[in-house]
Write a protein of this length. Structure first.
Length: 443
């Protein structure tokens, strides 16, 4: 029987149009805009100025604190300016503009595709290398990986869990990576296990990716320390707490992190990036991005340099369809609509979804009919109808006591609401305010 988490969850249409499309390298852009804040934590501090010549892989912004990440140039060329530009958030962010000139790589980077399975079994050295390479979680949260590999005092990692679920409809970047870069991902997993000093790793993959399950099972058949765990198809199984529950049966307490139950969760894309950082000395300068949608001519999985304009990805997938209603960075459940396709690809860009106009239009919100569906599907056991109301009324103390900070913003409540209430919108606003209150209280 396939494993899954028990509490809540939904089954949206999968629409994995690009699942059978092999990863293609996107042509170099003419110029890039590389934001210095592509991660959770403090923005990186700029190290270059207008007129500087940079190479691929050269550090151009240094981590601004412990919870931060280095930024490297994804192209070679000339820095034209350090200025503000709009990213996927819709707000102006500081970043580095580079005019592309050729494709000259830093000499320290190994550029061949030869598999390298041997690595130095030194956990601290591995973490240092991951830190230098600017690796962050590629599942969407973009938490700096070196921080995750250093559990706080009093905590001990017992296992590593690899997230190969990719439960968001439409997205297939992780699926293709598991099929095409399985050996490299497994080496990356062993490197992460060494850094954490654990002897067991699990790879959770939903059962709609049977080819990836079979491929990875075959690759690690002789390694008992790594186990592939097929999972029932259920959204949002890619959430850390839901994945831990599905794979191990352990439940992360309210307000706690996965390390509270001895688990560290990492995306399969992150494991591949770790392999390249440790074995090839290659920083995080590119990633796989799914470009898809019901009307897209050529749904694709593209290997894209960080900073590339999203416009270039859309052109590679056949151009912007005439019936486009929204362009979404990410998937339809947790992604966010963008104001312009001129935004750059960042470390956290997993997909670009082009949504047809009929699907993109919001329905008119009606009065709550007290059906309780939002409560039934919430994977965190919350009361979304209540959290929306207290957020609307700005009753922040009640919102905090009702565990609004436990919301993972999966959108299951909004998806299932027959009255089309703006549940997640108000809960996000409430979370932001309550989070601010908690931070001020700690100060």
């Amino acid at each position: 029987m396939l494993k899954t988490f028990k509490l809540g969850g939904i089954h949206p249409a999968e629409n994995k149009f690009s699942a059978n499309k092999a990863i293609e390298k996107l042509a170099l852009p003419k110029s890039v805009f590389i934001p210095v804040a592509q991660h959770i934590g403090a923005p990186a501090q700029v190290l270059v100025k207008k007129g500087d010549q940079v190479k691929v892989g050269q550090i151009i912004a240094k981590a601004g604190g412990f919870v931060s990440a280095n930024i490297h140039s994804s192209v070679s060329g000339s820095v034209t300016k350090v200025d503000l530009a709009t990213d996927a958030s819709g707000y102006p962010k500081q970043g580095i503009f580079i005019q592309v000139d050729g494709d000259e790589w830093d000499e320290s980077i190994v550029t061949d595709d030869k598999l390298n399975e041997n690595f130095e079994k030194d956990g601290k050295a591995i973490i240092d290398k991951i830190n230098q390479a600017g690796i962050v979680g590629l599942g969407g949260a973009t938490f700096p990986t070196h921080v995750k590999l250093m559990p706080p005092p009093g905590s001990k990692a017992e296992m590593l869990i690899l997230n190969g679920v990719e439960c968001e409809p439409y997205l297939t970047a992780d699926h293709r990576l598991m099929l095409e870069k399985g050996p490299e991902i497994l080496v990356g997993i062993r490197i992460l296990m060494c850094a954490l000093n654990v002897t067991k790793a699990y790879i959770g993959i939903e059962n709609n990716k049977k080819d990836a399950i079979q491929s990875l099972k075959k690759l690690c058949a002789s390694d008992a320390s790594i186990e592939v765990v097929p999972l029932k198809v259920k959204y949002p199984q890619g959430g850390e707490k839901q994945l831990i529950k599905a794979v191990t049966g352990r439940e992360v307490p309210s307000g706690a992190l996965p390390i509270a139950v001895g688990a560290v969760v990492s995306n399969v894309g992150t494991a591949f990036a770790v392999y390249e950082a440790v074995q090839k000395n290659k920083p995080l300068i590119e990633r796989v991005v799914t470009v898809t949608g019901k009307s897209v001519k050529n749904p694709s999985n593209l290997m894209v340099r960080i900073g590339t304009p999203v416009t270039n990805l859309i052109e590679a997938a056949g151009g912007l369809p005439e019936d486009t209603g929204k362009i979404i960075s990410g998937g339809p459940m947790m992604g966010k609509a963008v104001a312009s396709p001129d935004i750059p690809v960042t470390k956290g860009t997993s997909g670009i979804l082009i949504m047809p106009d009929p699907d993109a239009k919001r329905k008119t919100s009606q009065n709550c009919i007290r059906c309780g569906r939002c409560v039934t599907v919430c994977p965190m056991g919350l009361e979304p109808f209540l959290l929306m109301t207290v957020s609307q009324k700005q009753v922040w103390e009640r919102a905090e006591k009702s565990n609004i900070m436990d919301c993972i913003e999966c959108g299951s409540c909004s998806f299932t609401c027959p009255a089309d209430r703006e549940l997640l919108d108000y809960i996000r606003l409430g979370k932001a305010k309550v989070g601010q209150i908690i931070r001020n209280r700690k100060k």
